[in-house]
Design a protein around this ligand. Structure first.
Ligand SMILES: C[S@@+](CC[C@H](N)C(=O)[O-])C[C@H]1O[C@@H](n2cnc3c(N)ncnc32)[C@H](O)[C@@H]1O
Length: 190
């Protein structure tokens, strides 16, 4: 599938299933660990979709920047943020070309999206003491169609080996037979 076809596919999905996506709660991992995240500062919601996760952080007090390549999803996210007067901004962005300033974010969340070069960008873009909350699907030979979008078992943790690992686990991801890898890691202060 080309990049353009991928984008068309996501835009069509959000145009057709907007209500469904808007009705989804923030991801459980985020809800479960929110109490240990900073409540002030700047957060990045990477590949945010309609922004349920970022809006959850914005409600808790963080200023949120959401990036996604689907303008349809971001429009839904921004409309919801405006209705609730939340500190939430969005930009249409290709995560495959991600560049971020160093030491900028207090929290970065990445749910159900994998662009491997972004991992090094997240490392650098977190402030010292900043927290990464990451969950995405693991490759499963029985059901995975495009393996490049899925993690190998044990692939994620070594990228953050020098971080303080607050949580690392495999979990049942979205859908039957779909395992995800979860990681919550704090960037060292020094
Ligand atoms: C499975 S959804 C996850 C959305 C959200 N993070 C969540 O937890 O519900 C994957 C998202 O990645 C976005 N996406 C896919 N490829 C992208 C790219 N190259 N750049 C930016 N966003 C992309 C899609 O538009 C979609 O919103």
């Amino acid at each position: 599938m080309t990049w353009e076809a991928g984008l068309r596919g996501w835009n069509a999905r959000y145009a057709k299933e907007g209500e469904f996506w808007l009705g989804k709660p923030p991801r459980k991992l985020l809800r479960d660990w929110a109490r240990l995240l900073p409540e002030r500062g700047l957060a990045l919601d990477a590949a945010s979709g309609v922004g349920a996760n970022g809006l959850f952080l914005a409600k808790r007090g963080l200023s949120v920047i959401a990036l996604d390549f689907s303008e349809v999803a971001l429009r839904l996210a921004v409309e919801r943020a405006r209705r609730k007067s939340l500190p939430f901004q969005a930009a249409v962005y290709d995560m495959a070309l991600l560049q971020l300033p160093a030491h900028t974010f207090d929290v970065i969340i990445n749910f159900f999206f994998l662009e491997r070069p972004a991992l090094a960008v997240y490392r650098r873009a977190l402030k010292p003491g900043g927290v990464l909350v990451f969950e995405t699907l693991l490759k499963n030979d029985a059901v995975t169609v495009r393996p490049e979008h899925y993690l190998e078992l044990g692939e994620l943790l070594p990228h953050f080996a020098d971080f303080d690992i607050m949580h690392s686990a495999e979990a049942v991801g979205c859908g039957e037979n779909r395992l995800s890898e979860q990681l919550i890691a704090r960037k060292p202060l020094g």
